[in-house]
Design a protein around this ligand. Sequence first.
Ligand SMILES: C=C(O[C@@H]1C=C(C(=O)O)C=C[C@H]1O)C(=O)O
Length: 495
Amino acid sequence: MPALSEATALPLLGHASHDDLLDVCRRAARTAQSQQRPVLASWATRLRHIDPIALWSHGRTRTDRSLLWRSAWDRSSLVALGTAHDLTERGEDRIPATRASWEQLICDAVTGGQHDEALPTGQGPLLVGGFSFAAADAAATAAGVSATADLPEALMWVPSLQIRGSAGLTPMAELRLNAVLHPEDDPEQTAKTLIHLAEECLPERLAPHPEASSSLHGSLSSAVRDLPSAQQWKRLVGQAVDRIRAGAFEKVVLAREVRVSADRPFDLPAALERLSRTYPDATLFAVEHGAHTFFGATPEFLVRLGGGTVRALGLAGTIPRGSTPGLDAELEEQLTGSTKIRHEHDVVVRMLVDALRPMSGHVDTGTGPNVLKLANVQHLATVVEGRDVPQGLGILHFVERLHPTPALGGHPREEALSWLQHNEGLERGWYAGTVGWSDALGQGEFAVAIRCALVRDNTASLYAGCGIVADSDPQDEYEETVAKLRPMRQALGLE
Ligand SMILES: C=C(O[C@@H]1C=C(C(=O)O)C=C[C@H]1O)C(=O)O
């Protein structure tokens, strides 16, 4: 359970802090007036590390938008609350357009306070959020109807409050207050509003989460629907195999949805706690926007960029875990020995190498593939690393280039995506999209949004997919999706 009732020891209330924050806001207001454009003000202070799930659980109820992040990479966490500035862009060019707006906003940001130099990456104000799997259909966007009805096709923003911690590395966390001042804004009012929000979101003690304990008793009663039905989905796998054998494409990732309607709202903090305990090596994420929360525990990162090194993960090829060490080792042998699985994996690694080569000095895949063992399944995994990334190339350049990889779309990309669009019959939304953050220098981390669910009150959509190649068997692929759905079913109290 989260460390409920933790003291946050918020040091904000002192006059010195208040004056310091006000000074940053005043300087930003002066720049905004002289340049006649919005200017980002960002002020940091230190506070004791707080459990990120407990902090998010409390803060999310005080703001309209939030993000929770705990990286499998460096164990750092991020809780982002409220919106200082929305950089969301729409359409096919949403990623480069977001990047351009961020670069413009960050170049004359005014910063102050006491930042945490021990943070691995991600110092200063951050841009956080994510992108759906596919851009919304242009006609739907023009008509004001998003094809991804529940969450917009992109959501990238600078949070009003960001709390970065790194459990184990430093006992302190960095609290950062961000605001964008327009030429007409009153800096005193801005500072006051920020302090008020910080006090709301970081009370002296975090009260116990009211639903957390009750939800642990007994599972929910629910109606569960497979979309499409198991039989229809297996038929679709057969059709994909036919297209592959006919030479239309080499690989396609076919997904399905499980829609659940429960007798009471889902307890998301409790679900995240369970995921955190059962999948400690996964990256935990949650994006909340209005009534919707999209969250999960993903073993796959799309890209990480820091210190001039870029890394992407080729994660493709899956087999269940065995119930005994002997069975598990046998399955691992099948995973590493199968030419069909190795082919599925190699398609992804090849694409990652090709994508990173023009953007970094030296690309390496190590001795690859390794076996990544999770509680429910084991995967083939290869880290592709590029060194000497030229300055000026930020993480959003890489997101644009890599997303979606053949681990989530297919290969060749255009052919596979077009087949999916016409045949999958699934509104993927943010499933198989990407969630993460960028810092001021363009360093950051984006995860692949799988092993996840979209929740609204007492309804949830859970998703899972599999890479299909010429030798894929529909029944095996179906069982693979069942195994991949298990973490979210358990987290939500459905089994
Ligand atoms: C598509 C999913 O997983 C992806 C597909 C995999 C595969 O086909 O073996 C493995 C890991 C992921 O890249 C999912 O979990 O929904």
